[in-house]
Design a protein around this ligand. Structure first.
Ligand code: MG
Length: 476
């Protein structure tokens, strides 16, 4: 029958057929852009959409209205380097041999053989950038450009690791470099300009790459002490310098969102906004708020590890919702890998695909039997399973009700002994009532779960070596 058509019509028909096939198969294979905004030491209670009534965060609040607030979102450890290692690899940081906060003179970092989210996404055609704080190795061999990031503009570690830090010993730190790619472009950048410069680079990256899949990791140096706000924001907030700094970060979020809108890629972009750990409470009014939660950074109480989190992907993540399902940063990599159609790293990871939870599917639950909270050089301090959290004996820093420091100076913590303690987080989110004696069956179950973590990831406190622990990257 078709042979009765003239040849030119047959050609046109087959072209049309081909076009239809290409169009329908191309649409779902377009993986989403990912914008991951990671603040430094921002507390659970520091944003308007998380109940703060003093600091104004209209742009992050709008992001929350257009997406979902995750109110039980955890970091793997309440300290910079370990938290970032977990976020970027989907592994508990102690699996990677990364502990604490790496200093500028240390010769270790994330092992180049570990796969970051950037490396997972590259084979799917993503262009990738980190703007801001890396903190997973200072030697050039360990910089993010060796870990799948096409671009790097930022500081290699924390902004308090600088020569003039009044809270550190004299000459403890070398000058704090600003790096572009692998090159130091400024020996000591003006810290009051960092948030603005990061924002400009982030927007420029979106401007240059909006037509293809991109992954932007915007890791702000703020509000980690020493605090600095740009001239437009200094003195503007109702909560002193700390509030100014958060309001500048909020304006930065606004500019990033505007860039997505300008390029009409809002609907193609998953935006995640969160923090690397809770507030550094010893800095008093230069620290944030953990909201209703106990303690802050450097502890395994909820104020240290539970952080504010907002995610938006229009049409995919429900808008205007609050989701209290426990989640952890280790789940970001496997979830984004699934969305991008990218295979997982060959080496074992700890995170799991939590897309059904993020999508708000009815009945979706967290797929982990438990989350494990490590600290120091690999001590297992706590385990969360369902509504329960079991602590193991350790000492934890606390101000014990005393005020924090003033004007950028830290108050001294005292050491609080923590025993084997059990808390029910839904009934007692502030971890005030140890109910260990009332629930021996829960203690037995969580203790058994902790044992599974110890055999795989170790527990330095009990001199246990984990079978699955790997080496960090080292430079001679
Ligand atoms: Mg931090």
């Amino acid at each position: 029958m078709i042979s009765r058509f003239p040849t030119c019509w047959r050609r046109l028909l087959s072209l049309l057929l081909m076009w239809t096939v290409v169009e329908t198969s191309a649409a779902p294979s377009r993986p989403p852009n990912v914008v991951l905004i990671y603040c430094d030491d921002l507390g659970w209670g520091d944003l308007g959409c998380f109940g703060n009534r003093r600091i104004r965060t209209p742009h992050i609040d709008r992001l929350a209205r257009q997406g979902t607030r995750f109110t039980s979102f955890y970091v793997a450890q309440a300290v910079c380097s370990a938290s970032r290692a977990a976020l970027l690899t989907g592994c508990y940081a102690n699996r990677l041999g990364i502990h604490g906060a790496l200093g500028p003179k240390q010769k270790i970092g994330l092992h180049p053989d570990e796969m970051t989210l950037a490396e997972v996404l590259k084979p799917r055609g993503y262009v990738t950038a980190i703007v801001g704080k890396w903190h997973l190795g200072r030697p050039v061999e360990l910089l993010p450009t060796r870990q799948g990031f096409d671009e790097y503009f930022g500081l290699p570690y924390s902004n308090d690791m600088w020569p003039e830090n009044p809270n550190a010993a004299k000459n403890a730190y070398p000058p704090l470099p600003l790096i572009n790619g692998e090159r130091v472009v400024e020996e000591m950048p003006d810290p009051s300009q960092l948030t603005r410069r990061y924002t400009e680079h982030a927007v420029s990256f979106i401007d240059r790459n909006a037509s293809r899949p991109f992954f932007l990791y915007l890791a702000h140096s703020m509000p980690h002490v020493p605090l600095f706000a740009g001239a437009r924001f200094a003195g503007r907030s109702r909560q002193g310098l700390y509030g100014d700094v958060i309001e500048e970060i909020d304006a930065s979020v606004g500019e990033v969102l505007l860039a997505l809108k300008r390029h009409r890629v809002e609907d193609d972009t998953l935006v995640i906004f969160t923090s690397d750990n809770g507030p550094w409470l010893s800095y008093g009014h230069h620290a944030g708020s953990a909201g209703p939660f106990r303690e802050g950074k450097g502890t395994s109480f909820e104020g240290g590890i539970r952080v504010p989190c907002v995610m938006r992907w229009p049409g995919h993540i429900p808008k205007g919702r609050t989701n209290d399902t426990p989640l952890m940063t280790i789940d970001v990599l496997p979830t984004v890998a699934r969305l991008a159609g990218a295979p997982l790293p060959a080496k074992p990871i700890d995170g799991l695909d939590v897309w059904p939870v993020l999508r708000g599917e009815r009945g979706a639950t967290n797929p982990h039997p438990a989350y494990f909270i490590y600290y120091n050089q690999g001590d297992l301090l706590a385990v969360r399973s369902g509504d329960w959290k079991l602590f193991f004996p350790h000492t934890s820093q606390t101000l014990a009700g005393r005020p924090g420091g003033t004007n950028g100076m830290a108050a001294r913590y005292q050491q609080l002994p923590v025993g084997t303690e059990l808390y029910h987080l839904r009934r007692d989110p502030g971890e005030t009532r140890n109910v260990i004696n009332a629930h021996p069956e829960v203690v037995a179950r969580l203790t058994a779960l902790a044992e599974t973590a110890r055999s795989e990831l170790g527990d330095r406190r009990l001199q246990r070596v984990g079978a699955g622990v790997r080496e960090p990257g080292r430079v001679e």
